[in-house]
Design a protein around this ligand. Structure first.
Ligand code: IDP
Ligand code: MG
Length: 153
């Protein structure tokens, strides 16, 4: 099984509430490899591009105000089935429906201020990663994968 890369954003509420370490630890603990990581301030035009599927929704103006209100931490994680694994660790959009043990289930009680973004499919990840990271900002370094996966996975 080939490895996948996925994009996550620790949203302004995660930064303001001091959850960066808590959230990053969960991905490290799971065995996902961090291949890119930086802090950025999302602009209005980047918000409109990233949330293009939501610009016509009544809540979009609040979403743009929120996502541009404070820097976010952008990361690229790599691993087997990383897109689905990461979405499951995040929990559903509405954090009130998210199970305890997921990031949203543990750290949020909101559909809007839900602390994290994660790519929702492989195709989306392939569009979102270059939206936030230049090639030279992604790192291909060695981990001893013997301790992460069996050879037939
Ligand atoms: P996702 O973040 O779980 O992929 P999307 O539907 O792609 O969910 O929505 C992107 C973001 O827009 C959500 O994470 C949330 O911050 C915001 N959002 C989505 N639906 C609503 C809503 O019904 N009310 C308010 N904000 C919403
Ligand atoms: Mg989404």
């Amino acid at each position: 099984m080939t490895k996948e890369k996925t994009l996550i954003l620790l949203k302004p509420d995660a930064v303001q509430r001091g959850y960066i370490g808590n959230i990053v630890s969960r991905f490290e603990n799971k065995g996902l490899k961090i291949v890119g990581m930086k802090m950025i301030h999302i602009t209005s035009s980047l918000s409109k591009e990233h949330y293009a599927h939501l610009v016509s929704k009544p809540f979009y103006s609040d979403l743009e105000k929120f996502i541009t209100s404070c820097p976010v931490v952008a990361m690229v994680l790599e691993g087997k089935e990383a897109v689905e694994v990461v979405r499951n660790i995040c929990g559903p959009t509405n954090a009130r429906k998210a199970l305890a043990g997921t990031i949203r289930g543990d750290l949020s009680n909101s559909t809007s201020r839900n602390v994290i973004h994660a790519s929702d499919s492989k195709e989306t990840a392939e569009k979102e990663i270059p939206r936030f990271f230049k090639k030279e900002e992604l790192f291909d370094y060695k981990l001893n994968e013997y301790y992460f996966y069996a050879s037939d996975e």
